[in-house]
Write a protein that binds this ligand. Structure first.
Ligand SMILES: NC(=O)c1ccc[n+]([C@@H]2O[C@H](COP(=O)([O-])OP(=O)(O)OC[C@H]3O[C@@H](n4cnc5c(N)ncnc54)[C@H](OP(=O)(O)O)[C@@H]3O)[C@@H](O)[C@H]2O)c1
Length: 297
């Protein structure tokens, strides 16, 4: 397949590209930076560089400013939104000018769609939340749906918190444990829906290949955990001398809405659509995923 990607240089994108190249796919990546192309990866800075007659079999849309890196000021919230909706609009225009539309589009979203929902078990048909990240995901998914056509199926990927050693949340969450201090944000009663990076990539490949699949897919492991269980599981791999609990009020005071929506939100999401489609997780359980990422090299 010839796959056009945005966000192909990011945490999930890099892992996908590595896997896809091994499977013989060729990749074109739209990136803001000028980068050197190779035999199997071509970088473009503008989609005008791609001829309308070019055969693009699939588009994967992952680009967006990082949600977990800093406090969400009003201007940063605009950047979070614009970076996602702006690139999606560029892809919509691009699809319209292609002589032959791609057969499939995978477009990222997030479990932030559901908002914070206590102990409720959330599947793809659960309702959306009302906070900033829920609205961002709803708007992103709605805009992406404009790329649907009789020739193109669309899979919206509601990623959970992706765990891998090369970046993302696990690296941040486990950092203090490496200095023998276990940290827990808030009461620890909030649910975290995680997924191993390898499974996130395998789910993407699965959705590209299963030609009958379309719609929304939670890309989360089948076993979400409470944040207190996550801390205990990391501590089993990286033993600590003492535990530190960061009170909700303190973290909210430091990081504002970002803390409320990303670190303190409770999201017990299960991958109902992927499971029904027959997708097998390599890392369904947290302990094996942590062993792989924190201990094994
Ligand atoms: N990682 C997770 O746990 C997780 C969870 C839920 C949802 N997601 C969503 O899945 C997507 C991929 O995640 P990721 O962790 O791989 O993201 P990432 O590492 O932060 O990378 C995303 C890519 O977006 C582009 N980008 C960054 N800032 C941008 C900006 N201001 N304007 C336009 N483009 C920008 C960059 O590509 P260039 O520099 O090449 O332009 C970057 O490589 C993201 O949209 C993210 O919100 C991720």
């Amino acid at each position: 397949m010839h796959i056009l990607m945005t966000g192909g240089t990011g945490f999930i994108g890099r892992a996908f590209v590595k896997h896809a190249i091994k499977e013989g796919h060729t990749i074109t990546i739209l990136s803001r930076e000028k980068r050197d192309s190779s035999d199997s990866i071509e970088f473009v800075r503008n989609l005008d560089e791609i001829d309308s007659k070019c055969q693009i079999d699939a588009i994967i849309n992952l680009a967006g400013a990082p949600l977990g890196e800093k406090r969400w000021s009003e201007s940063y919230k605009n950047e979070l939104t614009e970076s996602r909706l702006g690139i999606t609009e560029i892809l919509i225009k691009f699809c319209k000018r292609l002589s032959k539309r791609p057969a499939v589009i995978l477009s990222a979203s997030a479990i932030g769609y559901y908002g914070s929902r206590g102990d409720d078990v959330l599947t793809e048909v659960s309702s959306a939340g009302t906070n900033f990240s829920s609205k961002l995901c709803r708007d992103w998914e709605a805009l992406s749906s404009q790329m649907l056509s009789p020739d193109t199926r669309l899979c919206s990927l509601r990623f959970g918190v992706v765990f891998g050693r090369s970046g993302g949340a696990l690296r941040q969450l486990s950092q203090s444990f490496r200095f023998k201090v276990g940290t827990q944000i808030g009461t620890g009663n909030q649910w975290m829906s995680w997924v191993h990076l390898e499974d996130a990539v395998r789910a993407m490949i699965f959705l590209l290949n299963q030609k009958h699949l379309t719609g929304v897919f939670n890309v989360t492991s089948p076993n979400p955990v409470k944040v207190s269980e996550l801390g205990a599981a990391i501590a089993r791999r990286l033993p600590v001398y003492f535990h530190l609990r960061i009170p909700e009020k303190l973290i909210e005071g430091m990081l504002g809405e970002m803390a409320t929506e990303l670190l303190l939100a409770s999201q017990r999401v299960i991958p109902d659509a992927l499971s029904k489609a027959g997708f097998d997780f390599t890392y369904p359980e947290l302990d094996a995923a942590l062993k792989r990422e924190l201990v094994e090299s």
